[in-house]
Design a protein around this ligand. Structure first.
Ligand code: AMP
Length: 177
């Protein structure tokens, strides 16, 4: 399993898909999964940029990991997003239920991310919501990276401001090392 982390607009889905194709892995996006499985009411909560609860997402992801248990690896985009989600995931790794091969941390400047997101125009890609998601990322999700390091999980940090091709080459090189 390879985990993609980074703020909205870093290009996690684009790069995750490219790498999945290259390695023959399955690509799993928690955001996409939730958008296609949740009720309208819950989707409104998501559109406002609010995270759904740890218990609910962990429940969903454990089913998802069971379903995608194949010989191929998986690329996960959008999970974990909180320390408690990360603790659960590393516990699964230590128990041998999953194997975390590496974490790709994508760093993107706020301006580049904003341009990409406004160009995409999803429901939660409005300036106010973009700001909130970035603040939440810095506060809630980024600290997971240090914690992964302490747990001896391999983390590669990538400059994600470049073109799709440049960033892909960089990721591909790091993973191949
Ligand atoms: P994304 O497509 O990854 O930007 O996710 C869109 C929305 O899905 C987020 O703003 C959250 O509401 C929800 N979501 C996705 N992944 C998670 C997660 N790991 N924990 C909680 N909420 C999540």
């Amino acid at each position: 399993m390879i985990i993609f982390m980074g703020p909205a607009g870093a290009g996690k889905s684009v790069q995750g898909n490219l790498l999945a194709k290259e390695l023959g892995y399955i690509w799993v996006s928690t955001g996409d999964y939730l958008r296609s499985h949740l009720t309208e009411e819950r989707k409104k909560q998501m559109s406002a940029g609010n995270l759904i609860s740890d218990t609910e997402i962990i429940d969903i992801m454990s089913k998802c990991f069971e379903e995608t248990q194949t010989q191929n690896g998986i690329i996960v985009d959008g999970f974990p997003r909180t320390i408690d989600q990360a603790k659960w995931l590393v516990q699964q790794h230590k128990k041998g239920n999953i194997r975390i091969k590496a974490v790709i941390e994508m760093e993107v400047s706020e301006d580049v991310a904003k341009d990409r997101l406004l160009g995409r125009g999803r429901d939660d890609d409005k300036e106010e919501v973009i700001k909130k998601r970035r603040i939440d990322y810095e506060k809630i999700t980024r600290p997971i990276i240090n914690w992964f390091n302490e747990q001896n999980i391999t983390v590669y940090t990538i400059d994600a401001d470049g073109t799709i091709d440049e960033v892909h080459q960089d990721i591909s090189k790091k993973i191949g090392e």
